[in-house]
Design a protein around this ligand. Structure first.
Ligand code: ASP
Length: 355
């Protein structure tokens, strides 16, 4: 009995030693070898999509504005694609991409956010991990430089899903996150937009009408969002916004509401929305997209088309989404939606309006 049980173990030891010696010889031995080995690592499977808000009137856009916006979307897209191609987790990628867009004053999130009726800013954000349905969100924060990172900390460092206002900021302090003064967030362009809104005697009435029946002036939009699926098939989604210009202070839109503005589930899809938040909350758009795929066996494109074309009021907004089979969709019922997509088959596209 003994000899029978010993033989496989001797064979194993021999194979193990031989493997070890062989692997020592095949390990990179210099910095150049390490570099070569890295370059040769096969790119990982992924799909990535992002948006910079549905809105604006393309007829008013200058060539410079279009070029700047495309450049910003391209930079965020390439940063995210590069991470995913090297095997990064979808959750890390969506946070990183949204941080890039929050730091970019061309978008209504973080720096460059729109101002409320009092000329102040209040920021909302959420993030969701489709592998375990963990999610985190913040609403009405004013001093945190990157609300999306605070949302992620709510997800990972508290038992809660959504923290608001002062409580969220006190938590950000405890987490040692970066803060910024009001001047950082309020760009001259947004102050100009707000003054225009205030000067318009009909401004307030116009906003109320928009919230009832969908916006007429998409200059209000510019929210950012990102969805990714990584090589392990994990899906994550993130959204960040300053909300609507002239919104009542204290108003919270769909962006920090999980199931309305953001959702991710490895079993179905990940989604980030943009548009008139009240409509996206009413129709729980992000969760509805997932449910249509899971329970009604609709395809990603089909489910998004029904929501955008039939469920939501006209001229209301759009969504970006990715399903578990790495399909991407980007749909909207406004005149424009800044958007970009890439995947590991080499797809790379950046678009601003209907094309
Ligand atoms: N959905 C955002 C909100 O209502 C606005 C936007 O997407 O531009 O707060």
């Amino acid at each position: 009995m003994m000899s029978v049980s010993c033989r496989p173990s001797r064979t194993f030891s021999f194979l193990f030693l031989a493997g070890l010696i062989l692997s020592m010889h095949t390990q990179p031995t210099s910095a150049q070898d390490v570099q070569t080995a890295r370059q040769e690592a096969p790119p990982q499977r992924f799909a990535l999509v992002l948006h910079g808000g549905a809105g604006g009137n393309p007829a008013n856009w200058t060539a410079d504005y279009r070029a700047a916006k495309r450049q910003s979307l391209a930079a965020a897209l390439d940063a995210g694609s590069d991470m995913l191609g090297r095997g990064a987790a979808a959750l890390d990628v969506v946070e990183h991409v949204v941080r890039i867009l929050e730091d970019d004053p061309l978008f209504n999130a973080g720096r460059g956010c729109v101002l409320n009726e009092r000329g102040e800013h209040e920021l909302d954000a959420s993030i969701m991990d489709g592998s375990n349905l963990a999610c985190g969100a913040v609403a009405g924060v004013r001093r945190v430089k990157n609300p999306i990172t605070l949302a992620r900390r709510v997800m990972t460092e508290t038992p809660h899903v959504l923290l608001a206002s002062h409580g969220a900021e006190e938590f950000a302090e405890l987490q040692g996150l970066e803060f910024a003064p009001p001047e950082y967030f309020r760009t001259p362009e947004q102050i100009r937009q707000w003054e225009k809104w205030k000067a318009s005697r009909a401004g307030r009435a116009q906003l109320e009408r928009q919230q009832e029946s969908g916006p007429r002036d998409k200059a209000y939009f510019g929210t950012v969002g990102c969805v990714a699926v990584d090589a392990r098939g994990h899906i994550a989604a993130a959204t960040s916004t300053g909300g609507l210009t002239g919104k009542r202070w204290g108003r919270v839109g769909d962006s920090p509401i999980v199931g309305a503005g953001t959702y991710a589930n490895d079993a179905s899809c990940g989604v980030s929305c943009t548009g008139t938040g009240e409509e996206f909350i009413r129709h729980h758009v992000a969760a509805d997209l997932s449910a249509r795929i899971r329970y009604a066996s609709q395809s990603l494109d089909e489910a998004a088309a029904i929501i955008i074309g039939q469920v939501l009021p006209e001229d209301c907004g759009g969504l970006i989404a990715i399903d578990k089979s790495y399909n991407i969709t980007m749909q909207f019922n406004t005149a424009a939606m800044a958007r970009a997509a890439a995947d590991s088959t080499g797809r790379r596209e950046i678009r601003l309006e209907r094309e």
